[in-house]
Write a protein that binds this ligand. Structure first.
Ligand code: GLN
Length: 486
């Protein structure tokens, strides 16, 4: 049997029942990586020896009956989360040789739960992008068609899950970076409420928007990963001290009495008809499962791309000031003055998209422009948040497309950053408002590319969101499908 094809919950039973060992499972996944990785290119750093050592330790725990909820489960990690002793590049030349001396809190929690870390996966440089093509080490490929992008910025996470090169993965989402690649690669991806998961040890892109979350093979696994990583952390002042429910337990309750809002503004001009058909079919399934469907309006949706592309670059320009060639990361050794060290290290260390964001952000924050751009954007951000407050008084969750189209061909939009920014229109507002959102596979295009359906809920309503997602998944029964030609 191909162990790498299985889910966390299937493997949990097998590992606990001693039908398979963590070492056997890890070996199987490593073999799978060996077989397909030259086509998928999901990993930036692979640590087979470390993974096998952790698997041995997991087997000891399993024997003693002391294993945690993820004991022996091989995972991949987006290369933006600090891993003690394991290179963390953020997809950037400037951190090519950066080895953190500590683990991010989400990594600590995964390790405490017994997970086996396989390595670090590809991403757009500093999580800036929607295709993963902004990775300094080459783009990952979509397992459903290797000439296509796998989305971004957590492209390596989505690709590694879809290609069975891990059992599940951890990504981050600042404007859609978990949900959009999950949609393009036919896997489940959840961006939790801002404050639900600690950001300590997550290399910052835009601190008021960033959130860590899981990419998994199905909704049940997503709930299990959420159980492991959620919770307050004294090391992250933006994490919230709110009780973590058992997300797994809530899944199987039905949808009777649940109101699903369909935001009118999310069925936009330019929405691919194949995407619309699949999403409408998904909404019909939610209704067949007992949910009541209501049309709602989020009137400020049109402004979210403009607001995000001020707020995110502004925060990025400030966060990325720390890469000065002095404290850590790449240093230009040819420079003989301090200013030249700064200039040359940053010029050669950052890629084009990161430079573009730093320039936009610095401009938006500069004196004389702050009021016109950053302040105005922050005000409109409040209006977008208010939109959600109003609709969540009238419904429990929102259902919509995740992204206007299916994955496009690699390099197709590389010279057109604006059109790529625009493709974020359906995911960005959740980050601006801080609410949770999930992408669940709901169909395929004629070309065989996956399509996701987005479900959003109010702050800390992940249980409701996961319950809707689980019921949808049961009805559609497609989440077990895998690319056949890989
Ligand atoms: N595509 C968006 C951007 O380029 C979102 C990225 C993300 O969520 N990290 O900024």
């Amino acid at each position: 049997m191909s162990l790498h094809r299985l889910t966390i919950h299937e493997l949990r039973e097998m590992l606990d029942g001693r039908q398979v060992s963590a070492v056997e499972l890890t070996r199987d996944v490593l073999q799978r990586i060996e077989k397909v990785e030259d086509r998928v290119k999901a990993y930036i750093t692979l640590d087979p020896e470390g993974a096998l050592k952790r698997a041995e330790a997991a087997d000891t725990e399993l024997k003693m009956g002391t294993g945690g909820s993820l004991c022996g489960i091989p995972l991949s990690i987006k290369d933006v989360l600090c891993t003690d002793g394991m290179r963390t590049t953020c997809g950037s030349r400037i951190l090519e040789n950066f080895v953190p001396p500590y683990d991010a809190t989400s990594i600590v929690k995964l390790k405490e739960a017994g997970a086996v870390l396989l390595g670090k996966v590809s991403m757009d440089e500093f999580a800036m992008g929607s295709t993963s093509e902004n990775c300094a080490f080459g783009p990952p490929r979509n397992p459903w068609g290797t000439e296509y992008i796998c989305g971004g910025s957590s492209g390596g996470s989505a690709a590694s899950v879809a290609a069975d090169e891990c059992i599940a993965s951890l990504g981050t989402d600042t404007g859609g970076s978990i949900r959009q690649p999950a949609s393009h690669c036919g896997v489940v991806g959840l961006k939790p409420t801002y404050g639900r998961v600690s950001r300590y040890g997550l290399v910052a892109f835009a601190s008021s928007l960033d959130q860590v979350g899981p990419l998994t093979k199905d909704v049940t696994d997503c709930a299990l990963m959420m159980n492991a990583i959620s919770g307050h952390d004294a090391k992250d002042s933006t994490s919230v001290a709110q009780k973590v429910p058992d997300y797994h337990k809530a899944l199987t309750e039905g949808l009777q009495g649940m109101k699903v809002g369909i935001p009118r503004e999310y069925f936009i001009k330019g929405l691919d008809p194949e995407v619309e058909t699949a999403v409408r079919q998904g909404i019909k399934s939610l209704s067949e499962a007992g949910a009541e469907i209501v049309e709602v309006s989020l009137p400020h949706t049109d402004y979210c791309v403009a607001v995000y592309y001020i707020v995110a670059p502004a925060e990025a320009s400030s966060n990325l000031a720390r890469y000065d060639g002095i404290r850590y990361g790449l240093r230009d050794k040819s420079s003989d003055s301090l200013l030249d060290i700064y200039k040359n290290s940053r010029s050669s260390g950052f890629g084009d998209e990161v430079k573009r964001r730093i320039i936009i952000g610095t401009y938006a924050l500069s004196s004389g422009y702050y009021d016109a751009y950053y302040k105005k954007a922050s005000q409109v951000r409040t209006l977008i948040t208010e939109d959600f407050k109003k609709v969540f008084a009238a419904c429990d969750v929102l259902a919509s497309p995740v992204t206007p189209t299916t994955a496009w061909k690699l390099a197709e939009k590389i010279d057109d950053p604006l059109s790529v920014y625009l493709s974020d229109i359906l995911t960005i507002s959740a980050n601006l408002a801080g609410i949770p959102g999930i992408s669940v596979p709901c169909g395929f295009s004629g070309a065989g590319l996956p399509i996701g359906l987005q479900i959003q809920a109010s702050h800390f309503q992940e249980e409701t969101l996961l319950r809707a997602a689980y019921n949808l998944e049961q009805r559609l029964n497609i989440s077990h499908l895998r690319p056949e030609n890989l």
